[in-house]
Write a protein that binds this ligand. Structure first.
Ligand code: SAM
Length: 212
């Protein structure tokens, strides 16, 4: 994603009601914060939030938390939310590397990774959101037998992720190298990047994994 510094984005985020500040203070007590017993699903690297908001519209019985590293990107999602507010959408501005400081074991039911940054250099492999290092972090927060769902058009990143999944002992429940020409397309919610890549004719890969 091309990043432009958006003037005032930090200030906007600091006062926005949809952004959860000091998120680490809720570790172990997320259910108390929402007080309605609804499960929590997160999208890591949610960008401008199109997928997250559409999922939230379709599933009011779930709380969706979008996690985004950059203020200048998050602020675009906030602008969309202000136009069409949803009370089951929340945001955290943070680097997902520190996700274990925010959620405790079993607090998250599903984790979505959509079109994650590929970090093509080998020496940056551990920064990929599907690396064994990240899978170990997800294992610490996800409820037993729940899923991580990953989509990308980047075949190298997808192949790397398949190896990491195996290495880290996760189980593969679904795998397709061409989602849009597969039996798994029904109910698919498109992300911003997905729309762009599908228009270009790139095949979209998808996997669903869980840890027992
Ligand atoms: N998921 C969106 C989509 O499919 O349209 C955006 C994809 S964009 C290529 C990747 C996003 O992930 C960017 O907004 C980037 O800032 C964010 N990101 C990358 N690494 C991250 C990390 N470690 N923690 C949180 N967000 C991250």
């Amino acid at each position: 994603m091309r990043l432009r510094n958006v003037k005032g984005s930090r200030e906007h985020i600091a006062i926005n009601e949809y952004v959860i500040k000091d998120a680490e203070t809720y570790k172990g007590t997320w259910k108390d914060l929402f007080q309605d017993g609804k499960p929590i699903h997160i999208e890591i690297g949610m960008g401008k939030g199109k997928f997250l908001m559409e999922m939230a519209r379709q599933h009011p019985e779930i709380h969706y938390i979008g996690i985004e590293k950059y203020s200048s990107v998050l602020v675009r999602a906030l602008e969309k939310m202000e136009e069409d507010p949803l009370d089951n959408v929340h945001f955290i501005r943070m680097d997902a590397e520190y996700i274990n400081q925010v959620f405790d074991k079993g607090e998250v039911e599903e984790i979505y990774l959509n079109f994650s940054d590929p970090w093509p250099k080998d020496r940056h492999a551990k920064r990929r959101l599907t690396s064994r290092q990240f899978l170990a972090r997800y294992k610490n927060i996800i409820r037993e037998n729940q899923s991580v769902i990953f989509k990308t058009d980047n075949r190298d990143l997808f192949d790397f992720s398949l190896e990491e999944v195996k290495e880290a002992g996760w189980k593969l429940d679904l795998c397709t190298f061409d989602l849009h020409h597969s039996e798994y397309l029904e109910g698919n919610v498109m992300t911003e990047y997905e729309e762009k890549f599908v228009k270009k004719g790139n095949p979209i890969c998808k996997m669903i994994i869980h840890y027992e």
